[in-house]
Design a binder for this molecule. Structure first.
Ligand SMILES: [Zn+2]
Length: 133
């Protein structure tokens, strides 16, 4: 099957390796794409493992689970990236992900921040500006 992150690659040649071993995505954008794919596939453990340790609130797993269960993701577009490369400590990725929730189409528009911790990329937080279509 094609990878849900829309790289055009087979899942087995793309995000599957990151899902099997959290912390191995080499760039902030690769991590962001693999987290989108994890939402599509319901890989809640991966979403938790790739959230920065300072942001792991007690209700985080329940939040990820309810989002994954209530939303049908329709596509991903990476708008822009800032740093987040192999030699960076922080990274930003702006993306738009279209989805359907309770019959309503919408766009999840987020400017996410990523931070390296102990050599691995983690999702820190994001500014979200969702729009109904
Ligand atoms: Zn992928």
């Amino acid at each position: 099957m094609k990878c849900p992150c829309e790289s055009g690659l087979e899942y087995s040649l793309c995000c599957q390796a990151y899902h099997a071993k959290p912390g191995t995505a080499p760039t902030a954008e690769a991590l962001m794409r693999s987290r989108y794919a994890a939402y599509v596939l319901g890989e809640i453990d991966y979403l938790l493992a790739t959230t920065h340790p300072t942001e792991r609130q007690p209700d985080l797993a329940a939040g990820y689970r309810s989002t994954a269960e209530s939303i049908q993701w329709m596509g991903l577009e990476v708008v822009s990236t800032f740093q987040g490369g192999k030699n960076d400590k922080i990274g930003k990725v702006e993306f738009k992900a279209s989805y359907v929730q309770a019959g309503q189409r919408a766009i999840h528009h987020e400017k996410s921040r990523f931070k390296r911790h102990a050599g691995q990329w983690y999702y820190l937080d994001g500014v979200i500006d969702d729009q109904a279509l």
